[in-house]
Write a new protein. Structure first.
Length: 689
């Protein structure tokens, strides 16, 4: 049966009927329950409602492409709506008029304009297959993966222990606490956010994703959860959008095979790596207790054991990297267009695809650029194959206009981290260490069904071309490109592209295998799951394991913020100006409590060692000066360094007291230079005169 839509029409059976929509009640209900838990009650629902409103600007854009009655418009519209809301909310920041009224007013005007211009033109311009109740059920099951993955770890972020200390598990201490600091910086409502680890310097990072939660706190802060609640609910919501967009791409690439698309998406998310199985085998081999796996980074075995590249699984995109996954969600809308459209794109469709790619680029430039390359290559090859001619190439070129505008926006806002000189091309050491074995360990279970999908590529190459070309690009980047300052970073981001594209190929492979033999397909899926699931199971257990007090590779697996420290941070938030510079010793604190001041006190530091930003010599140079400030016995010299670094408040916690015995007495006596303003058993805070 031909399930495709005719161009410019929308047939009734493409609507989600009430009978099939019941399946969506399960993910909706779980999402409401989780928002209540994360937000501490009704405040969580208020934030979730605001997040739903943030999706509105994207729906008319998606309806213009996919038709207003096809569910693809609602899925893709959510992926476009969130970053469009971020862009609208950025305007008051850029103009220096940010506030509750301007945030709400600009967003409302922009949303109304988009709906007024585009919503009336909602006849389908892309011939997607018809959507049936089977597709709705498969889609709902995929969405349930999000709370399954993030539910337990997110509810334990900041959970108090028996002593009242708040607990934060690695690697939330690297990513989530950084996102707390970044959002706090954006809530200062300045035109250009500052680097919270080098006060006075502009922040060169892609921060658009975090504008909506920052603006929400400004507009309706007293009705919302605390920052932990806001960011976890936000990440849960955007993670749901991400998996929805991935399912749509996989579904469209596999000719709407609902079961195959859902299964391939689930395997890509839950069973992409064999590293967990390797860890279990290795511990059994040497008679080591399996409990020691609690102290392992299971998704980085290739790097820890063999010095090779590493690929982060998609479960980590949901847990730790909402901005990267949201960029992928937006870019996948364009790849869905590339997999579904005729070679000769309509001009409006090309522009809409460009908007999706531009938003992806603004959210996270590297994966955004990868998705731009995949889209452009796929569409260009289709034009050449169909001999569509110069006019088709010109229309395709229209998609570059929003991308160019996005590039200009990134330049204007200095959101590029690092620079072209940081890129190195060549078969580098981590790729040479174990070129085949590392790939099989890190992504073998995801690639196995994808290889089956490649076998059917010749007969379905138009729909599968974006996925196949994306897989090729990702492999090239993993093996031949790295950053000089952070060798494993490209593997993380390119690995995400690899897994997304492998999912689409896997769906085609599973559908073809099922058509030949259901038994063989079932055995194959069970084998892949058996190999890949241990990694995700271990990773999810470790992500919520705040009881782990061990140390590994120079950092604690769980950061504890004592009640005394929390009291000090609250004092800093209440009693100091929002642009005050507050300093701890970043070298002594190391990778444990590297961001406690920006993340918990919401104040900038003169010097820090941010592990979630690319390493820069300036961070170390300034931190050495701070170390001298703490270590010198000459109070006048310490004051001179503090004034030179424009430090307003000096924090002496247990870490500094242990490292510099007698420092409290020295500062207490130097009243001409330092005035004690806060003290408890854990923390002393001094104002620099």
């Amino acid at each position: 049966m031909n399930r495709s839509l005719r161009l410019g029409t929308s047939r009734p059976h493409t609507v989600i009927r009430p009978s099939s929509a019941v399946a969506l009640l399960a993910p909706a209900g779980v999402l409401l329950w989780l928002a209540w838990r994360l937000g501490g009650g009704p405040a969580g629902w208020v934030y979730l409602a605001g997040l739903a409103l943030a999706l509105l600007p994207g729906w008319p854009v998606a309806a213009y492409v996919f038709g207003g009655r096809h569910p693809a418009a609602w899925i893709a519209g959510a992926a476009l709506g969130y970053p469009l809301t971020g862009l609208l909310l950025w305007l008051p920041l850029a103009l220096g008029v940010a506030g509750p009224v301007t945030f709400a007013g600009v967003w409302l005007v922009g949303t109304v304009l988009l709906w007024g211009v585009l919503w009336p033109r909602r006849a389908a311009r892309i011939a997607l297959p018809a959507w049936t109740s089977r597709d709705t059920l498969a889609f709902a099951l995929v969405l349930l993966l999000v709370p399954l993955i993030v539910g337990r770890p997110f509810t334990r972020i900041g959970e108090p222990d028996a002593d009242g200390a708040r607990q934060f598990r690695a690697y939330f201490t690297a990513d989530f606490l950084w996102h707390m600091a970044l959002t706090a910086e954006l809530e200062k409502l300045e035109r250009q956010p500052h680097n919270p680890y080098v006060a006075g310097e502009p922040l060169k990072y892609y921060w658009l994703h975090f504008v909506p939660p920052a603006a929400a706190a400004t507009v309706a802060g007293k009705w919302l959860p605390d920052r932990v609640g806001r960011l976890t609910i936000n990440a849960t919501g955007t993670g749901t959008i991400f998996l929805g967009s991935l399912f749509l791409f996989v579904w469209a690439s596999s000719e709407a095979r609902a079961a195959a698309a859902a299964l391939a998406t689930a395997l890509a998310v839950l069973a992409s790596s064999a590293e967990g199985l390797f860890l279990i085998y290795d511990h059994i081999r040497v008679n080591a207790p399996l409990g020691l796996i609690r102290n392992m980074n299971v998704d980085a075995v290739t790097a820890w054991f063999f010095g090779a590249f590493t690929i982060d699984g998609l479960q980590r995109a949901l847990l730790y990297n909402p901005h990267h996954s949201m960029a992928a969600a937006s870019g996948l809308v364009a790849l869905t267009i590339a997999a579904s459209a005729d070679a000769a794109l309509m001009a409006g469709v090309a522009l809409a695809a460009g908007v999706a790619l531009g938003l992806a680029f603004m959210l996270s430039p590297f994966p955004g650029a990868c998705l731009v390359a995949i889209f452009g290559f796929s569409c260009f090859i289709q034009i050449l194959a169909s001999r569509a001619g110069l006019r088709a190439i010109v229309r395709l070129a229209l998609s570059a206009l929003p991308v160019a505008a996005a590039f200009g926006w990134c330049v204007l806002n200095q959101t590029f981290e690092g620079g072209p000189g940081n890129l190195h091309f060549g078969f580098y050491s981590a790729a040479r260490a174990m070129p085949v074995g590392a790939l099989l360990l890190a992504a073998g279970p995801a690639l196995a069904p994808a290889l089956v999908g490649l076998a059917v590529l010749p007969s379905r190459w138009r729909r599968m071309l974006p996925a196949a070309s994306g897989l090729g690009l990702a492999l090239f980047l993993i093996y031949f490109v790295h950053l000089r300052s952070e060798m494993i970073w490209i593997g993380w981001r390119a690995g995400q592209i690899l897994l997304l594209c492998a999912a689409a190929l896997s769906a085609a492979g599973l559908a073809a295998l099922t058509a030949r033999s259901r038994t063989a397909a079932a055995i194959f899926v069970v084998a892949v799951a058996a190999i890949g699931l241990p990694t995700t199971a271990i990773d999810l257990f470790n992500a919520q394991d705040v009881e782990n007090r061990a140390r590994s590779s120079g950092f604690a697996w769980t950061l504890r913020v004592t009640p005394g420290e929390w009291e000090a941070f609250e004092w800093l938030r209440r009693r100091t100006p929002k642009d005050a510079v507050v300093q701890v010793d970043p070298i002594t604190r190391g990778r444990d409590s590297w961001t406690i001041v920006p993340s918990f006190a919401e104040r900038r530091m003169a010097a820090g060692l941010p592990i979630s930003l690319l390493a820069q010599p300036q961070y170390h140079e300034l931190s050495e000066k701070v170390r001298y400030l703490y270590s010198t016995a000459d109070a006048a010299e310490a004051w001179h360094v503090a004034r030179m670094l424009q430090i307003n408040y000096l924090v002496v916690g247990r870490v500094e007291r242990d490292e510099y015995p007698g420092i409290v007495a020295r500062l207490d006596e130097a009243t001409d230079y330092f005035l004690r303003r806060f003290v408890n058993d854990d923390v002393h805070i001094y104002r620099v005169r």
